[in-house]
Design a protein around this ligand. Structure first.
Ligand code: AMP
Ligand code: ZN
Length: 119
């Protein structure tokens, strides 16, 4: 598994810093965002270091597909009400103009009753 030394999410994957785990398997991890915007706010990341959406290629198609398929399952597990009256927002900030701060690909899953602190 490829990890990058100064990457905070690689450190979470390697258990060098703690996280509030939501889900883990051999290729992905999900954990609570440390500064939640919404009553439910967690991140889904690949365990392998991929800097952003901009680094994705066809070799990642299956992995990203499996991450997407986990979104609804984990959102409901974490307390989001089901679609359509519940639901959640899925967000992937990419690059400086996208507001990306951590350069290890992550899906934000945000849900729960509004109002939220942002958005
Ligand atoms: P982004 O702007 O999409 O790169 O968002 C990075 C997200 O990672 C922010 O919402 C942060 O609150 C979150 N974050 C940063 N460090 C940690 C951490 N150690 N554990 C959990 N979430 C974190
Ligand atoms: Zn990383």
């Amino acid at each position: 598994m490829q990890h990058v030394d100064n990457c905070i999410f690689c450190k979470i994957v390697q258990r060098q810093i703690p996280s509030q785990l939501v889900y883990e398997d051999e290729e992905m991890m999900a954990f609570h965002d440390i500064h939640p915007w919404a009553p439910v706010h967690f991140l889904i990341i690949p365990k392998a270091h991929i800097a952003s959406m901009a680094q994705l290629s066809t070799e990642h198609t299956a992995l990203v597909g499996r991450m997407m398929v986990k979104v609804d399952v984990l959102a409901r597990q974490e307390g989001c009400r089901p679609y359509p009256e519940g639901g959640y927002r899925l967000m992937v900030n990419t690059g400086q103009h996208g507001g990306q701060e951590v350069h290890h690909l992550h899906l934000h899953v945000m849900g729960g009753p509004r109002p939220w602190s942002k958005g």
